[in-house]
Design a binder for this molecule. Structure first.
Ligand SMILES: NC(=O)C[C@H](N)C(=O)O
Length: 331
C-alpha cells in the first residue's frame, strides 16, 4: 500500500479550537482553547486520508490577527511547502478574519501544493459542532493532487471555496462562507469534486513572495455612510498610512464632502482605493468618480478587507496608482 500523503496542520486558534460550558452553548464560548494535538487526536478518521502532523503556531481569536501574525504564518507555510516530505498544508483559523489570511497566503506563498484554510462556526463542545467535518474535509483536500495549483482554498460546510473570493457572509449559521462567484467544488466523505478553477493570479503565478517581504505598510479602511464626516480620512492621512481603502456606498460612491478630503490625502502621497460596502458586485473605474483624473484605484470585486490585504502586498513592490490598478485587475 502506498504511503498516505503527509499533511501538516498549522493551528492558529479560533472557534474550531473553542470550548463552551455546555453543549447548548453554540454562540457563548471561549475561542482558541483546545491545542492542536487534542484537535487531531479527537479525529482519528484523519488517518484514513493522510498522515497528519500538527503545529501550534498561535492560539488566538482571529479578530485579533495582526500583520505580524500574517507574516509569521505565511513564512511557516512557505517553508513547509518547500519540504519534500510535505504534500499539503492546512491552517486552522477563526472565521472572523479567515478570508483575509487565506487571501494573503494566496498572494504570497509560491507553491502549487494544496493549502487549505479552515474554521468552524460552533465550538467542538457544542451540539452539531461543525469543526470536525470541516477539518476532515480540509485535510482530505490538502492530501489530494486534484487540489494542487488551485490557489489557497477554504473548506467550510462541505464546499471548497477559493480563498480569494470567499467571505464570511453570515454570523451564527454554519453556512457562513460564500462567494458571489460560487464554490469551486465540494467535499463528500473525504473525496473532492471540482467544478471550476480560479482565473486570477495566485501562489506559484504570483509576482509576490513572502520570502522577500520583511514588513507590510500601513493600510486602513474608512466606511461610507449618509452624513459621513471626514474626520477619519484626515486622521488616517495625518497618521501616515500608505493607502486608504474607501468602503463606499453602492458602486463605491463617495459622499460629496468626502471627495476633497480624499483628494487631499492623495495629494499628500496616500493611495486612495475605492471599494464598496455592498457585499457583492464590483466597482467600475471612472464610474461614480473620475478615478483617472484623481489618480485613484478601484478594488475590482474585492471587499474592503480584502482590498486592504492586496494593497499592503502590492505596495511592497509598486508605488504608483497605475501599477496598483494593474495589480487589482490581475489578483
Ligand atoms: N467562528 C469563529 O471562529 C469566530 C471567532 N471570533 C474567531 O474568528 O476566532
Amino acid at each position: 500500500q502506498a504511503a498516505k500523503p503527509h499533511v501538516v496542520v498549522l493551528a492558529t486558534g479560533g472557534t474550531i479550537a473553542g470550548a463552551g460550558a455546555s453543549a447548548a452553548n453554540s454562540a457563548t464560548y471561549s475561542a482558541a482553547k483546545v491545542p492542536v494535538d487534542k484537535l487531531l487526536a479527537g479525529l482519528p478518521e484523519l488517518g484514513q486520508v493522510a498522515r497528519v502532523s500538527g503545529e501550534q503556531v498561535f492560539q488566538i481569536a482571529s479578530e485579533s490577527f495582526t500583520n505580524d501574525h500574517l507574516l509569521t504564518l505565511a513564512r511557516r507555510v512557505s517553508a513547509l511547502s518547500k519540504q519534500a516530505d510535505v504534500n499539503g498544508i492546512v491552517v486552522t483559523h477563526g472565521t472572523d478574519t479567515l478570508e483575509e489570511t487565506a487571501y494573503f497566503l494566496n498572494l504570497v506563498v509560491r507553491t502549487s501544493k494544496p493549502i487549505v484554510v479552515v474554521g468552524s462556526m460552533r465550538p467542538g463542545t457544542a451540539l452539531s459542532a461543525d469543526g470536525a467535518l470541516n477539518l476532515y474535509d480540509a485535510v482530505s483536500v490538502a492530501a489530494s493532487q486534484d487540489a494542487a495549483g488551485k490557489g489557497v482554498l477554504v473548506t467550510m460546510n462541505d464546499e471548497i471555496q477559493s480563498g480569494r473570493d470567499v467571505s464570511k457572509s453570515i454570523n451564527i449559521k454554519t453556512e457562513a462562507f460564500k462567494s458571489q462567484w460560487g464554490p469551486l467544488g465540494m467535499v463528500v466523505e473525504g473525496r473532492n469534486y471540482w467544478f471550476r478553477a480560479p482565473v486570477k493570479r495566485h501562489t506559484n503565478a504570483s509576482e509576490f513572495n513572502i520570502d522577500e517581504i520583511q514588513s507590510l505598510p500601513a493600510v486602513d479602511i474608512v466606511y461610507g455612510y449618509s452624513n459621513m464626516n471626514t474626520t477619519g480620512i484626515e486622521a488616517y492621512g495625518k497618521a501616515g498610512v500608505k493607502a486608504l481603502i474607501h468602503a463606499g456606498t453602492g458602486n463605491g460612491s463617495v459622499a460629496a464632502q468626502a471627495v476633497p478630503a480624499l483628494r487631499a490625502v492623495r495629494a499628500s502621497g496616500v493611495q486612495v482605493i475605492r471599494a464598496a460596502r455592498v457585499p457583492d458586485g464590483f466597482v467600475l473605474r471612472n464610474a461614480e468618480q473620475p478615478d483617472d483624473q484623481y489618480d485613484w484605484v478601484v478594488s475590482h470585486d474585492l471587499r474592503p478587507q480584502k482590498a486592504r490585504i492586496l494593497a499592503m502586498v502590492a505596495l511592497t513592490k509598486a508605488q504608483d496608482a497605475k501599477s496598483l490598478q494593474r495589480i487589482f485587475w490581475e489578483y
